[in-house]
Every structure is written in structure tokens, then in C-alpha cells.
Write a protein that binds this ligand. Structure first.
Ligand code: HEC
Ligand code: HEC
Ligand code: HEC
Length: 398
């Protein structure tokens, strides 16, 4: 007998199948206990579809430039430090076991030193940014920080070739260590911060100098990270574990330190010495390598081609685009909650200015009136780097 397919029959078959599915789910016979794991076929099917999803989404939503994994170990300290505190518990690390408790999850977190090689750069980027639904794998808490995601993906890509010794050096430095649980004592907190902030940020362009910063600003920054108001997965995780009562002591500790002479080219330092001798006038001495040459290129003394220099913008702003003088807020002795920029790292400052420029939620009546997103948008793009380098090359006055 041949059953004729009619719309009516198809519809009733579908209804019966759906009702059967609901009845099975209702009966409770599907065991959702993690202890039993998946059947081999379920496991295969779930991972097959997961790999397909990652492949498709990575190909269509992650552009090559955003995900360009670098193998420059020098920039991976903050990713490695974050990994040690937040990812290693599940995935383990070179020379470190994962937690047996989390390994008992279904699905269990894989050893990334073995599996990272099976993904390309864009796929790693996508997984680290978005996480994996229905598994313990979390999304990146700061979705607007592609720079952080990229660093983490670069770090994961290097795990297969990383020795335990290399990992320890990257993630902990000389005397850093991860502190678990709520941190209530300064002596416990400092080794945790040292993983990234030792020696003015371990020569890392993305880790800011804290030494000599205004204490009120440091405390405000820590509170903003802990509350998720300032976006950085790395610092949100570090700050959230600090007992709020400890924040003033931490701020005081770093504020009392003296900024180290800038690392790197000795030419930098010679230039700084020049500058110190030039009665504190800015932007006039030929120092700090490309910093000053950029200033010069745009006419540091204002005589160039009419394009205002970084030094002029700092002192006078750009009235034609309503850009106030940076020095009106950032000069030494100005308001305690406004950070000192002199001697801060240029790459870090430029990245923050760019982040503010790209912030879509600049005008938000619910947020307190923050000046920098508005100001950063008014800085002409070609002045971002020169301004950052200008401040970086100055000696902090206290
Ligand atoms: C609570 C545990 C947990 C934490 C924390 C965690 N992961 Fe995962 N992760 C998992 C699990 C489980 C999977 C496997 C998901 C699956 O089977 O589809 C996974 C998968 C991955 C994968 C894909 C690997 C593969 O071959 O399938 C990457 C890459 C990854 N995690 C990176 C990270 C990074 C980086 C962090 C820290 C920011 C992190 N994970 C934090 C549990 C975790
Ligand atoms: C895993 C690396 C890491 C650890 C651990 C870490 N930091 Fe940070 N910290 C960073 C990075 C990276 C930034 C820059 C964040 C950004 O891009 O906004 C930062 C920024 C900061 C800032 C803001 C500085 C500014 O100029 O705005 C403060 C304050 C700070 N950290 C304090 C601490 C303290 C205190 C601890 C220890 C409790 C700590 N950090 C632990 C990496 C780390
Ligand atoms: C109206 C006052 C004001 C003016 C003018 C101003 N700033 Fe700011 N700036 C701030 C405040 C407040 C912060 C702290 C913002 C925060 O962390 O949320 C800040 C932070 C910054 C930071 C980040 C510092 C750090 O350690 O993370 C940079 C870089 C910066 N400003 C650059 C500039 C430049 C360049 C100019 C001039 C074009 C300028 N600012 C003008 C108030 C000002």
C-alpha cells in the first residue's frame, strides 16, 4: 500500500512527533546529570554542530585584521596573567593541572595545549569572545574589548608550544601569584597585582603605570572596574576580588611609588634630560625619538604648516572643534580625580582615546557626566598618537 502524502498527513505527523517530544521531556527520563556524560553519538553530534557554528560565524563575522594573532610574546603578559587567574582552573596550563572539580563537567574543558592547533586565528578569536552555549565556556565579559580578546586568542594559539617555564614567566613574572577568593589584606593583594603591574607594568605597552598616579583617580578606577563601569575583562576580574575596604590602601600604595625612568632607548632618557634642563617648556626639545619627530613634523613651535602640534593642543586646545586644552584638566595639581598623564605609556593612552572615540554610548543620561568620551571624539585622528607620545615623553611633576 502506498501512503499518499498530503499536507494534512504531514501536519498531523509533525504534531504527533512534537507531542511525543514534549511527553518525553515531561516524563523526566532524559538524564541531565553531568555524571553520566554524553552518549558517544550525542557527543559527536554536539561537537560537530559546535565546530560548524564556529567555522561559519568566524568566517562571516570576524575580519582578518581584528583577529590577527601575533606571536609577539612581549605583549601577552596581561593575557597570560588573566588566563592564570580565570581560565587555568578549567583548562589547565603548561605545568598546571586543571581543577578536578570542573573536569567533572559535561562537556569537560579540553586541554588547550592539545586542541588550540585545530582552530585558526579567527575561530579562536570567536570562541574566546563569544563562549559556547550549553557548556561551562564563558563569553568575554567586556564585549567591546576586541583588543583584549585578540591578545587572549594569540596567547591560546601559543599554548601548544609553550613550556611550563615560559608560561610561569609570562603569567606571574618575578614575584606575582594568583590569590584566590576575596582579597582582604594588602600583603595578599600586591603579589596579585604584581603579575601585571610590577616595575611600572612589566615593560608592557598595554599595562599602565600606576606609580605616582593620583590616589583618588586610582581608587575611582578600581571601583569602576569592579562595578563593570569601566570596560576591561582583565581588570574587572582583578578588581572584583578586592575587598572594597582595601581599595584606598592599594591606591595609596601605588600613588606613593616613584615612576621608574622609562625603559627602552637610552636616547629617550638623554632627551628627557635635555627637556628637564629646558625650563620645563614642552615640545621644544628634540627628544624621545619618534615622539618629538612627530611633534616636529606638525610644527612643534607652531611655525610649521599651520597644523597645530600636540604641544599646542595640550596648552590651548583646538577652539575650532571645541576641544579644550588638555592641561586645563590634566596639569599637575589639577583636580584629584583627573589622572596625571605625564610619563604614562603612549600605546596605552592612544588605545584608551581610541576606545572612547568608538564608544557608541557616549551620550547616556543615566551615566554621570564623563568628559573624556566627548573630548576624545573631538581630537583629530592624526593627533591621537602625537598627543599620547607627547605626554609619555614628559617627566611627571608632583
Ligand atoms: C568554567 C570552566 C571554563 C572556563 C572558566 C573557561 N573555559 Fe574555555 N571551555 C570550557 C569548556 C567546557 C569548553 C568545551 C566546550 C565544548 O566542548 O564545546 C571550553 C572550550 C574552550 C575553547 C575551545 C577549545 C576546543 O578545542 O574546543 C577555547 C579556545 C577556550 N575554551 C578558551 C578559554 C579561555 C581563553 C578562557 C579564559 C578567558 C576559558 N576558556 C575559560 C570551560 C571553561
Ligand atoms: C592580568 C593583568 C593585571 C592584573 C593581575 C592587574 N592589572 Fe591593573 N591593569 C591591567 C591592564 C591591562 C590595565 C589597562 C586596562 C585598560 O585597558 O583600561 C590595568 C589598569 C589598571 C588601573 C587603571 C590605571 C589607569 O591609568 O587608568 C588600575 C588603577 C589598576 N590596573 C590597578 C590594579 C590593581 C590594584 C591590581 C591588583 C589588585 C591590578 N591592577 C591587577 C592589568 C592587570
Ligand atoms: C574636562 C576635563 C578634561 C579635559 C579637558 C581632558 N581630559 Fe582627559 N581625562 C579627564 C578625566 C576625568 C579622565 C578620567 C576618565 C576615566 O578614567 O573614566 C581623563 C582621562 C584621560 C586619559 C586616560 C588616562 C589613564 O590613565 O587611563 C587620557 C589618555 C586622556 N584623558 C587624554 C586627554 C587629552 C589628550 C586631552 C586633551 C585633548 C584631555 N584628556 C583633556 C578629564 C579631562
Amino acid at each position: 500500500m502506498v501512503l499518499k502524502l498530503t499536507w494534512k498527513r504531514i501536519l498531523s505527523a509533525a504534531t504527533i512527533a512534537a507531542a511525543l517530544g514534549i511527553a518525553i521531556a515531561w516524563s523526566g527520563v532524559i538524564n541531565i546529570g553531568a555524571s553520566t556524560g554524553h552518549w558517544a553519538i550525542t557527543d559527536w553530534f554536539l561537537h560537530w554542530s559546535m565546530r560548524n557554528t564556529v567555522r561559519t560565524y568566524a568566517a562571516f563575522t570576524v575580519d582578518r585584521k581584528t583577529a590577527a594573532v601575533s606571536d609577539d610574546n612581549a605583549q601577552l603578559v596581561s593575557a597570560a596573567g588573566h588566563y592564570a587567574a580565570q581560565c587555568a582552573v578549567c583548562h589547565g596550563a603548561p605545568g598546571e593541572q586543571p581543577s578536578p572539580v570542573i573536569q567533572a563537567a559535561t562537556p569537560s574543558p579540553p586541554d588547550l595545549a592539545k586542541t588550540a592547533g585545530s582552530w585558526n586565528d579567527r575561530q579562536l578569536f570567536w570562541i574566546v569572545k563569544h563562549g559556547i552555549k550549553f557548556t561551562p565556556m564563558p563569553a568575554w565579559p567586556a564585549q567591546d574589548r576586541d583588543d583584549e580578546v585578540r591578545q587572549m586568542a594569540s596567547f591560546v594559539a601559543q599554548l601548544p608550544a609553550m613550556s611550563a617555564e615560559q608560561y610561569r614567566r609570562l603569567a606571574y613574572g618575578e614575584r606575582g601569584r594568583v590569590v584566590a577568593g576575596q582579597v582582604t589584606r594588602l600583603e595578599e593583594a600586591l603579589p596579585d597585582c604584581d603579575r601585571c603591574h610590577a616595575e611600572d607594568g612589566r615593560d608592557q605597552p598595554d599595562i599602565p603605570v600606576l606609580a605616582g598616579q593620583k590616589p583618588a583617580y586610582l581608587a575611582a578606577a578600581l571601583r569602576a572596574f569592579a562595578a563593570g563601569e569601566r570596560s576591561s575583562a582583565v581588570m574587572e576580574a582583578a578588581a572584583a576580588r578586592i575587598d572594597p575596604g582595601l581599595i584606598p590602601a592599594l591606591a595609596k600604595h601605588y600613588a606613593a611609588q616613584t615612576r621608574l625612568p622609562k625603559p627602552g632607548a637610552s636616547g629617550d632618557r638623554a632627551g628627557d634630560a635635555d627637556r628637564a634642563g629646558s625650563t620645563g617648556s614642552i615640545g621644544t626639545s628634540g627628544s624621545a625619538g619618534n615622539a618629538a619627530s612627530a611633534d616636529r613634523a606638525t610644527g612643534a613651535d607652531g611655525t610649521g604648516d599651520g597644523i597645530p602640534s600636540a604641544a599646542e593642543v595640550v596648552e590651548k586646545g583646538l577652539p575650532e572643534v571645541n576641544l579644550p586644552a588638555c592641561s586645563s584638566c590634566h596639569g599637575p595639581g589639577k583636580r584629584p580625580g583627573y589622572p596625571m598623564l605625564d610619563g604614562q605609556k603612549a600605546e596605552y593612552m592612544a588605545a584608551r582615546l581610541r576606545h572612547w572615540r568608538g564608544d557608541p554610548a557616549v551620550v547616556d543620561a543615566r551615566k554621570p557626566n564623563a568628559p573624556m568620551p566627548m573630548i576624545a571624539r573631538r581630537i583629530p585622528e592624526h593627533l591621537i598618537e602625537p598627543l599620547a607620545r607627547h605626554f609619555a615623553s614628559r617627566r611627571p611633576e608632583r
